[in-house]
Design a protein around this ligand. Sequence first.
Ligand SMILES: [Zn+2]
Length: 428
Amino acid sequence: MRVICILLAGATLLVSSSAQQPQGGIVSGPGQLLALGKGQTQATQINDSIYMAIGFGNTYMVTTPEGNVIIDTSLRPNGALHKRILKAANAGPVKYIILTHGHEDHRGSVEMWKEEGTQIIAQKNYGEFLHYMNRLKGFFGGRNAAQFGGALGAPPTPPNGNYGAAIDATILLDDKYEFELGGVKFEVYSTPGETYDHLTVWIPQFKAAFTGDNYYTSFPNIYTLRGTKPRWALDYVESLEKVLALKPDLVLPSHGAIVKGADEVRAKLTQYRDAILYVHDATVKGMNEGKDVFTLMQEIRLPKELDIGEGYGTIAWSVRGIYEGYAGWFDGNPSTMYSIPPSAVYPEIVQMAGGPEAVAARANALVASGKFIEGLHLADMALEADAANQTALKARLAALEALFNASFNSNEKGWLAYGIRETKGEIR
Ligand SMILES: [Zn+2]
């Protein structure tokens, strides 16, 4: 598991489902996403020049008479299969690799594709993005491991200093970079969103936009539970507008299905942009009205016409991501300025309430009545007083399992599965 988890550092996942109405099947958790495209025997041909290998994420190949361009390279475990089926479609030399951003599910197989003289194109912040992920290798390694089936803990390899990442890009673009190959013109635009090193590839003659992770079939992960610097909602909005202004007939995202037809593209991308802007503006409005983050997480909902599903990102996490992205962690209560957290007094409260067993019994009752999150909090209080309390551990497990079974969100399921594994390990 460790190998997979390190490979996944920085990866993003996607499922096409909504919290209310899953499309494409029930999500069993992040493992299902890693198996995407495993059975492919040939590349999907999109038009005369564009081919796709499906995976987590997709690899695209644009062919020209003078050689080919690869757009994103997928996770390392997918690289060999993607290369085999795309090379079978067209064995021309790889002249350029364009990386929509520095997440591992996009750059993981660069080494496999690189040939003598291949140019690697990335956006100007790519280097800093790789350094950032390398700098926090231990932290992200543990978080990724937990979310994808392992334990929460630092991996054995220490980070390599503050600026120790190996930067493989040979061309870094500022706002725009253009080139021509075999009569095909490529325009590459800086489009920050999912990351601050994000770009979009535009091929005017096909009216095709390769949009990386700035569009997929779920509300975006404006905050990811793996941990991330703030992803600016207004960057997504501006970048989606930049793509819309190109008037594409074809949108080729790095995860999920292609969007075809000018009308469909305009409708989908406009809805996506408006959904993000709605959540951003509602959060800002609430902040200016003096509302706290938890109130806004509960209050803000998308209107029906902007419901783009929550199979991957959620509105509530995004509200908190936007709120804390703007304001940081302090909530205005002087108690929270200090390093002693509320949980430090849980044992006192538990004692006053009759001891861990009594509190755990109440936690079980809450879970049994359907108040899973309240039961989870109360079980945590009892466990703060007595970490081995079996009644509290069983209440915690029951709450986590109920939440897991009710969830259609792959990230939420990943963390609930982690909690379930850890709790089961403590039950005797
Ligand atoms: Zn991705």
